[in-house]
Design a protein around this ligand. Structure first.
Ligand code: IVH
Length: 778
C-alpha cells in the first residue's frame, strides 16, 4: 500500500466505524456484530499508530463510548469510568496472570475475584447519605447522561441503602441489563403493537434506559447488578473486591451470585470453564468473565495503563455473531413435512465452529427479515443451538437488488403441493410418506438413539436405502438381508464414484453389514415408551410417550385409545390427545404398525394399565374430555347426577330436559348430530368398562395400603413400570422422591442420590428379590 492508500483506508474505516457507532449508541439498532466492529477498530488503531499524520480528529479510536445525547443532562464522573482489556486465548490469560505476578513481585498464586461479564450497559449510581441522588450512563467514560428518573424505575435498585450508617458519598458501579425472558416478552409486545423489535437484550436495555418518558422504561422490566465502586467518602474502602461486594449485599444492592474468589491461572481457567457451561441456562446474557486482583492493596500497586486497569481483564467467550454472505436459500423437508427455509452460507467461524447453513425458521421469518440471495447477513450460533440468520446488513445489499424470496409452491423432493394451514407459521409438504424426504426423516427418527437405538444406521445409509427402494417404511428395516446392504453400498459407491480399490478387485467388505444387521435385530424389543416415541407421532415427545406407557401399559391398548381417554391423563392436552388419536385413526399408520409387529418388533416391559387409571375413568371427567363445546366438568356433573352415563348420553334423543343452559343443550345436540359421534361414545363407554374390569382392585383395599414406595436404579428383570404396577395392584403407592414418609426404597443398579437420601433417612431398602418376597408375603 502507498501513503495515499493508507490515508484513504484510515478515512474510510473512520467513516464506517462512526456510522456503526451512531447506529449502535444513538439508535440502539446495531448494523454489524460486535466482533466485526472490533476487527475494523483494531485495523484502524494499528494504521493510525503507524501513520499518525493521517488520523482524523473525529476518529472513533479517540473515544471509549458514544458522545452523550443532547436530550439528557450531562454528568461528569468524579472518578472516570474506564474500560477493561480483553483476553481471548489461554495464552492471553497466562500473560495477564504473569504480568500481575511480576507487578506484585508475587511468589505464590495471586488471589483473584472472578465474576461474569454482563452484556448490558455500565451505570454509575450515586448515593449521598444513603439516598440515591443520581444515576448516569458511562458516556465517553468522563461524561455521561443523567438517567436518574429512568433508573428509579428499576425495582431491584434500592432508593435508600439498607444501613444505619451510610457513607456520605458512594458511587456504585454496575450493569443495567434485561433478562432473556423479559426481552422475549417485550419483543412479543412490540411485534403485536407493530413496532420495531430489538435485536438483543443489551440493545433493548439501552433503548429502554434512553426513554424520555420514564413510564416506558418502567414497563420494560430492567435489572441491575453491582460490580464496582467509584467515589467513596465517609467510609473506609473495603480491603478486597469480594469484601466490597459483600458490603453491597448487606446494603440491599443486587450482586450476582456467580462471583468467586480463585487463585492463580488454574483458578481463572476453571472459573471460565464453569461459567461457559452455565451460560446457556443463565437468565441473562453474558459475553465473558472478568478477573480482578482481589486485594485492594494489589489493585493499587498494579494501577492503570492508559484507559484500563492493569489489575483486571475481561476473558471473552468466542463471538456468537458474525458476518457472512448468503449463497443460496433452499428448503428442508422434515419428518412431518414441515418445510424449513435454510440459508446456505459462505463458511464462517462463529460460536466456536465453522457454520455453512443457518435456519431461516419459516416463510414469515424470511419475509420479516427480508433475506435475499447474495445478502450480507449476521448469523448467530449460541451454545448448541442451531445457527440462525439474525438480520440483513441492508447497506451491503447488491445492486441491482436480488429478488425477494418466495417459498416454493411444490415440495422440491416429491413435487406434492406445499400447504400452509390458516393460523400456522409452518408450511408443509402434503406428500406424507409418499415424499422420500419425509420417509427418510421418519426412519432417521425411528432409528435414533433415544428411540429404537439402531447403532450404525447413519444418515447416508438411510438416504441410500430409501433412494434405492430397499426401505419404504420402517418395518422394511427388519427384512434387510446381507445382499441388500451390499447392493445398496455398491450402488452408492458407484454413483458417488467412491468404489474402493479392494472392491473393484472383487474383495467385498461385509463386516460393517453384519454389524448393522445385528444392530437392527438387537433393536426389536425396546421399552414401550421408546417404541411409542419412535413412531414419530406429532406432538409425542419422550415425556408424553412415558406417560402413555406408564398409565396404559400395553401397546395394543394405546393404539386404539380414543382422544377423550388420552385427555384425562396427566400433562396430555387437547392438541396432543387429538394428534395421537388422529395418528392411530389413519389406516396406513395401523398397517405400518402391524408390519412392525409381524417383523418381530415387540415392546418390552408391558404391564396392565396403572391402578391410578381408575380415578381418571370417572364418568364426569370423561364426559368433560369429549371435546364437546361448553360441556365443562360442572355441566357433566349435572348430567351424571341425573343418571346420564356415557351410554345413556349416546342414546338420548333430546338434551333440553336436564336444566342445562340453552347454549349447552344446543352444543350437545349439534355434536351428537355429527356422524360417528354417538358410536364414539358407545365405544368409549365400552372401553371404560373393559378397563375397569381389568384394573387391579381398588388401591385402597390392598395389603400394601398406606405404604409408600420409591423406585430407583435399574432392576435386573422388572421395568420400573412393571414393579410400580405390581406394588399398586396390592394397594401400595409409588412416589417419585424419597422423604420421611417413604416406607420402602426399591433400588436397582446405578441407584444414585435417592439411595443416599433413603440411607440417611433410614428408610427400608429392598432389591428386586426383596420386593418380590414382600409382594408374595402380603
Ligand atoms: S469492571 C475499570 N466488571 O465491561 C473497569 N465491568 O470493558 C471497570 N462489564 O463498561 C469495569 N461486567 O460495562 C466490570 N463484572 C464486570 C463487568 C463489567 C460487564 C462491562 C462494563 C464496562 C465494560 C468494560
Amino acid at each position: 500500500m502507498t501513503e495515499v492508500d493508507y490515508k484513504a483506508r484510515i478515512e474510510s474505516l473512520s467513516a464506517e466505524l462512526n456510522k456503526h457507532l451512531h447506529a449502535y449508541h444513538v439508535e440502539d439498532a446495531p448494523t454489524i456484530p460486535d466482533a466485526e466492529y472490533d476487527k475494523l477498530f483494531v485495523e484502524l488503531q494499528k494504521l493510525e499508530e503507524a501513520h499518525p499524520q493521517f488520523a482524523l480528529p473525529d476518529s472513533p479510536t479517540k473515544r471509549v463510548g458514544a458522545a452523550p445525547l443532547p436530550q439528557f443532562d450531562q454528568v461528569t464522573h468524579t472518578v472516570p469510568m474506564l474500560s477493561l482489556n480483553n483476553g481471548f486465548t489461554d495464552e492471553d490469560i497466562e500473560n495477564f496472570d504473569r504480568r500481575v505476578r511480576e507487578g506484585l513481585d508475587a511468589v505464590a498464586a495471586v488471589e483473584y475475584a472472578a465474576e461474569v461479564k454482563y452484556d448490558g450497559l455500565a451505570i454509575n449510581l450515586r448515593y449521598e447519605n444513603g439516598l440515591l441522588v443520581q444515576a448516569a450512563t458511562r458516556g465517553d467514560g468522563y461524561t455521561g447522561e443523567d438517567v436518574t428518573a429512568n433508573i428509579r424505575t428499576i425495582r431491584t435498585i434500592p432508593l435508600r441503602l439498607l444501613t444505619a450508617t451510610p457513607p456520605a458519598v458512594l458511587d456504585v458501579r454496575g450493569e443495567v441489563l434485561m433478562f432473556k425472558s423479559d426481552f422475549e416478552a417485550m419483543n412479543a409486545r412490540q411485534r403485536e403493537a407493530g413496532q420495531k423489535e430489538f435485536v438483543n437484550p443489551r440493545n433493548a436495555a439501552a433503548g429502554s434506559l434512553r426513554q424520555l418518558d420514564s413510564r416506558i422504561t418502567a414497563s420494560r422490566n430492567l435489572s441491575f447488578f453491582a460490580y464496582g465502586v467509584g467515589a467513596l467518602e465517609g467510609a473506609e474502602m473495603p480491603l478486597s473486591h469480594s469484601a466490597l461486594l459483600d458490603w453491597y449485599r448487606t446494603m440491599g444492592l443486587p450482586v450476582a451470585k456467580e462471583g468467586a474468589v480463585v487463585r492463580g491461572y488454574d483458578g481463572l481457567m476453571a472459573y471460565y470453564k464453569q461459567i461457559g457451561e452455565a451460560r446457556p441456562t443463565m437468565p441473562y446474557e453474558i459475553d465473558g468473565v472478568v478477573y480482578k486482583a482481589n486485594l485492594l492493596q494489589d489493585q493499587r500497586t498494579l494501577g492503570f495503563v492508559s484507559r484500563a486497569p492493569r489489575f483486571a481483564l475481561a476473558h471473552k467467550f468466542p463471538a456468537e455473531e458474525a458476518l457472512t454472505t448468503v449463497l443460496a436459500i433452499e428448503v428442508q423437508v422434515g419428518r412431518t413435512g414441515a418445510i424449513t427455509p435454510v440459508a446456505r452460507l459462505a463458511s464462517v467461524f462463529v460460536g466456536g465452529v465453522n457454520v455453512t447453513n443457518a435456519t431461516l425458521h419459516n416463510e414469515d421469518e424470511v419475509r420479516r427479515k427480508d433475506v435475499r440471495i447474495g445478502d450480507t447477513v449476521i448469523v448467530r450460533r449460541a451454545g448448541d443451538v442451531i445457527p440462525e440468520v439474525l438480520s440483513v446488513v441492508l447497506e451491503r445489499r447488491l445492486s441491482p437488488e436480488p429478488e425477494a424470496y418466495v417459498l416454493p409452491k411444490t415440495c422440491p423432493v416429491c413435487g406434492s403441493h406445499v400447504v400452509r394451514e390458516e393460523g400456522e407459521a409452518i408450511a408443509r409438504c402434503s406428500g406424507g410418506l409418499f415424499c422420500s424426504a419425509q420417509r427418510k426423516e421418519a426412519i432417521r427418527h425411528f432409528a435414533g438413539r433415544r428411540m429404537m437405538d439402531i447403532e450404525g444406521l447413519g444418515d447416508r445409509y438411510i438416504d441410500n436405502l430409501v433412494e434405492h427402494g430397499q426401505v419404504q417404511r420402517v418395518a422394511d428395516l427388519y427384512a434387510l438381508k446381507l445382499e441388500d446392504l451390499l447392493e445398496m453400498k455398491r450402488l452408492a459407491d458407484e454413483r458417488e464414484g467412491t468404489t474402493p480399490e479392494t472392491v473393484a478387485q472383487g474383495k467385498i467388505a461385509t463386516k460393517w453389514a453384519d454389524n448393522l444387521l445385528e444392530a437392527i435385530a438387537a433393536s426389536k424389543n425396546p421399552p414401550l415408551e421408546r417404541m411409542l416415541f419412535a413412531l414419530g407421532i406429532r406432538h409425542v415427545g419422550e415425556s408424553t410417550a412415558k406417560t402413555l406407557a406408564e398409565w396404559l401399559g400395553r401397546f395394543d391398548l394405546i393404539r386404539r385409545v380414543p382422544a377423550a381417554l388420552l385427555r384425562v391423563l396427566p400433562d396430555i392436552g387437547g392438541i396432543v390427545a387429538e394428534s395421537i388419536a388422529d395418528f392411530f385413526a389413519e389406516p396406513k399408520n395401523q398397517e405400518a404398525i402391524d408390519a412392525l409387529l409381524a417383523a418381530g418388533v415387540a415392546p418390552a416391559g408391558e404391564h396392565p394399565p396403572s391402578a391410578k387409571l381408575r380415578e381418571k375413568l370417572d364418568t364426569v371427567k370423561l364426559m368433560a374430555a369429549l371435546g364437546i363445546p361448553k360441556l365443562t366438568e360442572p355441566r357433566s356433573k349435572q348430567l351424571v347426577e341425573q343418571e346420564v352415563t356415557l351410554e345413556v348420553l349416546a342414546h338420548l334423543p333430546v338434551f333440553t330436559v336436564f336444566g342445562l343452559p340453552a347454549g349447552v343443550a344446543e352444543a350437545l345436540e349439534t355434536w351428537m348430530a355429527e356422524p360417528g359421534h354417538r358410536e364414539q361414545l358407545i365405544a368409549l363407554d365400552q372401553l371404560r368398562k373393559d378397563l375397569l374390569a381389568q384394573l387391579p382392585e381398588q388401591a385402597a383395599e390392598g395389603p400394601l395400603t398406606g405404604k409408600t414406595f420409591v423406585l430407583t436404579g435399574t432392576l435386573p428383570n422388572l421395568s420400573r413400570d412393571q414393579a410400580g404396577a405390581m406394588i399398586e395392584a396390592q394397594g401400595g403407592k409409588v412416589s417419585g422422591s424419597v422423604s420421611k414418609k417413604t416406607h420402602y426404597l426399591v433400588a436397582g443398579a446405578d441407584a444414585g442420590s435417592k439411595l443416599a437420601k433413603a440411607q440417611e433417612l433410614e428408610v427400608t431398602i429392598l432389591d428386586e428379590a426383596g420386593l418380590l418376597a414382600l409382594l408374595e408375603a402380603s
